[in-house]
Design a protein around this ligand. Structure first.
Ligand SMILES: Nc1ncnc2c1ncn2[C@@H]1O[C@H](COP(=O)(O)OP(=O)(O)OP(=O)(O)O)[C@@H](O)[C@H]1O
Ligand SMILES: [Mg+2]
Length: 85
């Protein structure tokens, strides 16, 4: 079974990036296969991944309005997927 968890809020600086990266890290520690889809234009999760020597979960960027369908297709290959803005 695949789960999709979204962190969405129009207000900036409320913790969307912080929460999604840390929740994903916890799930990865529990040996879950996790995909974080960064849907924010500033690409925070991708920047975070680029500053690390490897990430315990997959991070991709998909910052476009019609990303939901493609995100759901990708989600089938993972235990947990987190699209976030
Ligand atoms: N629960 C929290 N308690 C204290 N500080 C927090 C908490 N969550 C996030 N922060 C801090 O708040 C700031 C903004 O958090 P974050 O970048 O995750 O927000 P965001 O919703 O992704 O913002 P944006 O809309 O700009 O992408 C960061 O400096 C982060 O460390
Ligand atoms: Mg953010």
């Amino acid at each position: 079974m695949s789960f999709v968890i979204s962190f969405l809020n129009q207000k900036g600086g409320v913790g969307k990036s912080t929460l999604s990266i840390n929740v994903d890290a916890c799930l990865a520690l529990l040996e879950q296969k996790v995909l974080l889809i960064g849907a924010d234009k500033q690409g925070t999760a991708s920047t975070w991944a680029s500053l690390r020597d490897g990430s315990p979960f997959q991070v991709v960027s998909m910052a476009r309005e019609n990303m939901a369908g493609d995100a759901l297709k990708l989600a089938g290959d993972y235990d947990f997927t987190m699209p976030r803005r």
